[in-house]
Design a protein. Structure first.
Length: 243
């Protein structure tokens, strides 16, 4: 766990507790990119969580002229409610269960085991869709900027952070357009810095309320956006090194 300092959380004060700020995920990503200007054309990597984090990550990567990769993480959902989760599985096989929530769900050991295995298979399939035969990028020498379209419970982001740490990354920065104030403080303890343009307090936080246009992003569209950016970035001239 990283030492917690309030200055590790960076926001746009004028956006505090505001709703319907961003036109869409692309606009949100460009706002966040403005907060990350010091990382432009550095030895950093944008790592987006699909599907909703992909258009945000593409926009940030474009603005900062940085490479983009994906961190496939999927929540383990309840047998009777595919919108609610009690854990998550990451691209490297990392599994984390919400132990505080589990006693209230009355799930059997078999149901938990089946849920984990089903989620593992989903993650493997999605990794194949995005990465195809490409190996994981080298995280050991980079600052990794982990991106999603919002931070509600923060559980998915925390599982992604755990997986990225295992791959040797020394510096992890989270960048999200919007986040719940309580959860932002908790997640910030696990990383070197957390950038969140729109922090909101109060009950009933919903990521979608930060957006004027909110739609669930289909996986096929997320894959297309990701691969299109990678193709464009590979053709971009590399800027000269500065010392």
């Amino acid at each position: 766990m990283c030492p917690f300092h309030p200055e590790k959380i960076l926001e746009i004060p004028d956006l505090r507790d505001q709703v319907r700020i961003f036109r869409n995920r692309d606009h949100a990503g460009r706002v966040v990119a403005g907060m990350l200007e010091k990382f432009k054309e550095t030895d950093s990597l944008i790592l987006a969580i699909p599907s909703g984090g992909i258009p945000v990550g593409v926009a940030i990567a474009e603005e900062l002229n940085l490479p983009l990769e994906v961190a496939v993480v999927s929540k383990i959902t309840l047998p009777w409610n595919t919108e609610a989760g009690y854990g998550a599985v990451a691209f490297d096989g990392t599994v984390r269960i919400n132990e505080d929530l589990l006693p209230h769900l009355r799930l059997t050991d078999q149901q938990i085991a089946e849920g984990i295995e089903k989620t593992r298979q989903k993650v493997l399939r999605r990794v194949g869709e995005f990465q195809e035969e490409q190996p994981f990028p080298d995280f050991s020498r980079k600052a990794v900027i982990l991106v999603d379209d919002g931070l509600a419970s923060g559980f998915t982001l925390l599982v992604a952070v755990e997986a990225i740490r295992r791959l040797g990354t020394r510096k992890i920065i989270i960048a999200v357009p919007t986040g719940s104030a309580d959860r932002v403080r908790k997640v910030a303890r696990e990383v070197e810095a957390l950038y969140c343009a729109n922090i909101r307090g109060g009950w009933g936080f919903a990521v979608a309320e930060a957006y004027r246009r909110w739609v669930d992003l289909e996986e096929e569209e997320a894959v297309r956006l990701f691969k299109d950016y990678q193709a464009r970035f590979q053709k971009t001239p590399i800027p000269p090194a500065t010392y």
